[in-house]
Design a protein around this ligand. Structure first.
Ligand code: G
Ligand code: G
Ligand code: MN
Ligand code: NA
Length: 256
């Protein structure tokens, strides 16, 4: 239908762009990574956030190509930042479930790394429990192959889906991303259970060898709470919104 042909056009006309949200190491407030976030530069409707199109895109045949674009362009950006002296930043890339289905994920990743020259250890793929639940052992084999190449795997939106804990044991994860719905209330005296849950997630993650990024950090008090409890990294409006590439580079350069 209409959205379908629009999405195909968007891929063909290169209407998709990436924004980058800084990820901050709480021990010293250094920028150590970025999450690549897709935006649609729509010819009539302007710059669209994922809420307006990501579900439609994820279920569309255009998702495979959009996913390749995101991988290629995120790796190219991170390789370029290193060249420019902005550091060997980690780049986080969100995946569509269909990227696992298509069986080309390993090839797509290999191509994105080869063309950009990015070190595999700088790339971190973000998966959600939806992806995990969808496709059983196929997914596990792909994740293991990626892990062997040194590519990181972050479990995104942790705590909001199903069966999280069993996947923690099954998958070769490197990082948990605590969903912002938990982070939002950690300093809210009226909701002490939120603080307790986040604290427990941190202990559990560290006990099984995973690092943690807290998402949606909006205040200094939230950052201080997380820092005091050993949370390695944070991202959120307190530090920076997702930024266009040039603004992201300026943000990093100002903090070197
Ligand atoms: O940028 P924003 O916070 O509005 O993103 C909303 C959601 O869209 C996030 O949950 C994120 O996982 C998803 N999203 C953003 N960019 C991408 C992308 O490049 N690929 C996939 N699969 N999902 C994305
Ligand atoms: O991958 P994921 O769906 O978690 O993507 C992160 C989403 O959260 C993006 O859409 C981004 O714009 C949004 N986001 C990032 N930081 C904050 C924040 O501090 N507060 C809120 N409310 N949203 C945020
Ligand atoms: Mn994400
Ligand atoms: Na998330």
């Amino acid at each position: 239908q209409e959205i379908e042909s629009e999405l195909r056009r968007a891929v063909a006309q290169q209407e998709f762009v990436l924004h980058f949200q800084p990820q901050i190491r709480l021990a010293d407030d250094a920028v150590v990574g970025a999450e690549a976030l897709l935006r649609w530069n729509h010819p009539e409707r302007g710059l669209l956030a994922p809420a307006a199109f990501i579900d439609a895109l994820g279920h569309s045949p255009a998702a495979a190509e959009a996913g390749q674009f995101v991988l290629a362009s995120a790796c190219a950006a991170a390789a370029d930042w290193r060249e420019k002296g902005l550091g060997a930043l980690r780049i986080g890339v969100n995946l569509f479930p269909i990227q696992f289905h298509s069986r080309t994920l390993l090839d797509d990743v290999e191509q994105a790394l080869a063309r950009s020259g990015l070190d595999a250890r700088q790339l971190e793929l973000e998966i959600t429990e939806n992806i995990a639940l969808g496709h059983g052992d196929d997914v596990l084999d792909v994740l293991k192959a990626l892990h062997q190449q040194g590519i990181g795997l972050a479990f995104d939106d942790f705590g909001t889906g199903y069966a999280s804990l069993s996947y923690l044991l099954r998958y070769p994860l490197t990082r948990l991303k605590i969903d912002r719905s938990f982070v939002q209330k950690i300093t809210d005296a009226a909701a002490p259970e939120h603080a307790a849950i986040v604290q427990s997630i941190l202990v559990m993650a560290h006990n099984i060898g995973l690092e943690v990024v807290a998402e949606g950090v909006e205040t200094d008090r939230q950052a201080a709470f997380l820092r005091a409890r050993g949370c390695e990294e944070a991202q959120g409006y307190h530090f920076a919104r997702p930024l266009p590439r040039d603004a992201f580079e300026a943000y990093v350069a100002a903090r070197l």
